[in-house]
Design a protein around this ligand. Structure first.
Ligand code: PLP
Length: 384
């Protein structure tokens, strides 16, 4: 039986580590072997083979990630999109219908709107803040409801408790993309979500050097996703598993610092005369501030903002900052800046973006672990 740990700071270090340690190794070695000796397994999915997601590097991570969200089970995948697409293909079949939040990571939006229909699945967008409207979109074929903990890039927070209640009442699978919050700030299974998905490319790994994904939640559902992942082949290589494993060990330290730093940066921007609007759930002016306070242990390291003079000013600001790297993605140790319409949300039509309020001049910041003071000074100079 595996040891149970109380606090997340201890779990990131000790949960899932093999007991006894393999060859006494303090750090789990990388099992870079495609296949392992046949040991009498009777089920295809139990054969020891990298694609079947069951090397020692996989199983240690599965146990650690499940422990972080107090969930029954976890599974890693080759990318966040592998986790999302395989989950949706596992929960939905031809003819099924999905309710999905209207503001989403661009890749998820494109997958749902362009790929799902080609496989005979349908969807309706819902406003995460208007539970009273959701019922009207239900059909006899509705099987699941899908939301993000904090929407990318506007940092809106849906009525997450209502999502779980609605799913239970209507017998739907509740799925949440918890990438932006990370398990440090929010653990969806504790609130009754069936499946919590991550792009581990972001906070869980934290070092901008791999792509990876995770599915965390109820054991039967996670196992159903594993069977699909075994067939689709979107597995995580053991070497990448090892990098992710190492990254997770500093998750709590990184994210707590990023929470604090982002709050200070958001407050600075909010008071600056050149800024029109800051989207950060830790600001009292944010429409979902009370909800964020109620649900989360921290407000995240992500924020977005608009300058008063629109696109020209946004481009000038981006060209003037010296410390942040101008790049898509998020959750790493270096501060990253991007205009989502040029990167993460480029695949969405301009019309769709406009409908949900993603403007061309919106700048998204993923706060790293540099000195907060240095980042604020850099922003201040660029704004001048
Ligand atoms: N979910 C969110 C919220 C994201 O921001 C991203 C990528 O930016 C993904 C999922 C997809 O993850 P990956 O790039 O690891 O496939």
């Amino acid at each position: 039986m595996s040891v149970q740990y109380e606090n997340l700071e201890t779990k990131v270090i000790h949960a899932g580590e093999p007991r006894p340690r393999i060859g006494g190794a303090v750090s789990l070695p990388i099992f870079q072997s495609a296949m392992f000796e046949y040991a009498g397994e009777t089920d295809y999915h139990d054969l020891k083979y990298i694609r079947l997601n069951n090397t020692p590097n996989h199983t240690a991570l599965h146990e650690k990630l499940a422990a972080l969200e107090n969930a029954e089970a976890a599974l890693v995948a080759g990318s966040g999109m592998a986790a999302i697409s395989t989950t949706l293909f596992s929960v939905l079949s031809k003819g099924d219908h999905l309710l999905v939040q209207n503001c989403l990571y661009g890749g998820t939006h494109d997958f749902i709107t362009k790929d799902l229909p080609a496989f005979g699945m349908t969807y309706n967008f819902i406003d995460g803040d208007a539970p009273e409207e959701w019922e009207k979109y239900l059909t006899p074929s509705t099987k699941a409801i899908y939301v993000e903990t904090m929407t990318n890039p506007l940092l809106q927070i849906a009525d997450l408790k209502a999502v779980v209640e609605f799913a239970r009442h209507c017998d739907l699978v509740s799925i949440i993309d918890n990438t932006f919050a990370s398990p440090v700030n929010f653990r969806p299974p504790e609130y009754g979500f069936d499946l919590s998905l991550h792009s581990c490319t972001k906070y869980l790994n934290g070092h901008s050097d791999i792509v990876a994904g995770a599915i965390i939640g109820k054991a039967d559902l996670v196992n159903a996703v594993k069977l699909k992942l075994d067939h689709f082949g979107g597995t995580l290589d053991p070497h990448a598993c090892s990098l992710l494993h190492r990254g997770v060990k500093t998750l709590a330290l990184r994210v707590k610092f990023q929470n604090e730093s982002a709050l200070k940066i958001a407050r600075f921007l909010n008071e600056h005369s050149a800024i029109d609007k800051v989207n950060y759930p830790g600001l009292e002016s944010h429409p979902n501030f009370e909800r964020a306070k109620d649900l989360f242990d921290g407000f995240s390291g992500m924020l977005s903002f608009e300058l008063k003079n629109g696109l020209g000013a946004a481009d000038r600001f981006i060209s003037k900052v010296k410390l942040p790297v101008i790049a898509p993605s998020l959750g790493g140790v270096e501060t990253l800046l991007t205009r989502p319409t040029t990167t993460s949300h480029r695949g969405m039509s301009a019309e769709d973006r406009e409908k949900i309020g993603i403007t061309d001049s919106l700048i998204r910041v993923s706060v790293g672990i540099e000195s907060t003071e240095d980042i604020i000074d850099d922003f201040e100079n660029a704004l001048k």
